[in-house]
Design a protein around this ligand. Structure first.
Ligand code: 5GP
Ligand code: MN
Ligand code: MN
Length: 296
């Protein structure tokens, strides 16, 4: 494999459909691979179960969740990040049988974005002082500490049995929601934080070209995210959601791209979880999962 390249902002970053038209002719675009969730789980591999964009719906009309070792959720687990939604989701996570549950935020999980101002939150019916009073009453400093059953990632990584996972909630600006960042150099700055030894990348939004096609047939994924994935980080898996219509699995022949959106465009939680197996690196074993179990 060639040396990692320095990534620059694409000239068509503001027009991802145009950028993808140009980029796609130089690379493979493969549908799948799909692992059947009924395939037996083995000791030498971690079975990852991917969901995303559950929007407070799976707690009330639970999905059939396949067996697995580790759950990955790529953000938008609420509609607006209200305290009640976060509590409900965390207790739902507590009931799921996976040993580790990795979670990132999405643009709907507003209270997790600590940069959002009071006025912005108020426009979504969220009163910041109420949130602060609530946190104080529980003796915690931030909303993420409410996620007692999740391993919450925000521009950070975790190593699970030697498999390195990095999570990032940022996505191209769309409306006045959370974790919004301008396309181009600002988003690239977020992607520059992704370590090159990342095996599994979780972001809320898709890269351009993979799982990013809207109902209007426009590619809306981030061009700099695709370039970062393909030219610098080269993870084996990239898991995301956000564009609900883009649900499914594709590959460029090296990285497998998983749009795990559970909800459809109409916010119906009907897309099945997507699973994959990752071989445990030498010197590690599944037993390490037991010491990572959070909560009860
Ligand atoms: P959410 O509001 O749950 O983040 O996204 C829901 C839907 O909004 C997506 O499935 C997609 O149809 C639309 N959407 C989200 N982000 C964008 C964007 O950047 N551009 C366009 N055209 N649609 C978007
Ligand atoms: Mn969503
Ligand atoms: Mn979203």
């Amino acid at each position: 494999m060639s040396e990692a390249e320095e990534i620059e902002v694409d000239k068509d970053t503001a027009n991802p459909s145009k950028a993808w038209e140009r980029i796609r002719v130089h690379q493979q675009y493969i549908k799948g691979p799909h692992l059947d969730p009924s395939t037996p789980i083995t000791e030498d591999k971690i079975r990852f179960v991917c969901i995303s964009d559950t929007h407070g719906k799976i707690e009330r009309s639970p999905l059939r969740m396949p067996p697995g070792d580790v759950l990955l959720h790529a953000g938008d687990f609420t509609m607006t990040g209200q305290i009640k939604e976060i509590e409900r989701f965390d207790s739902y996570l507590g009931f799921l049988p996976y040993k580790v549950k990795v979670l990132i935020g999405g643009n709907h999980d507003l209270t997790l974005d600590e940069d959002l101002g009071e006025a912005n939150l108020r426009s979504f019916g969220i009163q910041k002082p109420e949130i602060e009073t609530y946190l104080k009453s529980r003796g915690i400093k931030s909303v993420k500490q409410m996620l007692s059953h999740a391993l919450y990632l925000q521009d950070s990584s975790v190593s699970i049995c030697g498999i390195k996972i990095y999570g990032s909630p940022w996505q191209p600006r769309f409306g006045g929601w959370g974790f919004n960042v301008e396309r181009g150099k600002e988003l690239l700055r977020k992607w520059q934080k992704i370590p090159t030894d990342t095996d599994i990348l979780i972001s809320h939004g898709p890269p351009v070209g993979h799982g990013d096609l809207t109902g209007g047939n426009n590619n809306v994924g981030c061009v700099e995210l695709l370039n970062t994935v393909q030219k610098r980080v080269k993870p084996k898996y990239h898991v995301f959601g956000h564009i609900h219509e883009g649900y499914g699995v594709t590959s460029d022949g090296y990285t497998v791209f998983i749009n795990a959106s559970t909800c459809t465009r109409r916010y119906q939680p009907t897309n099945p979880p997507i699973v994959f197996d990752y071989a445990i690196p030498e010197g590690h074993s599944k037993e390490e999962l037991l010491s990572m179990e959070k909560g009860s």
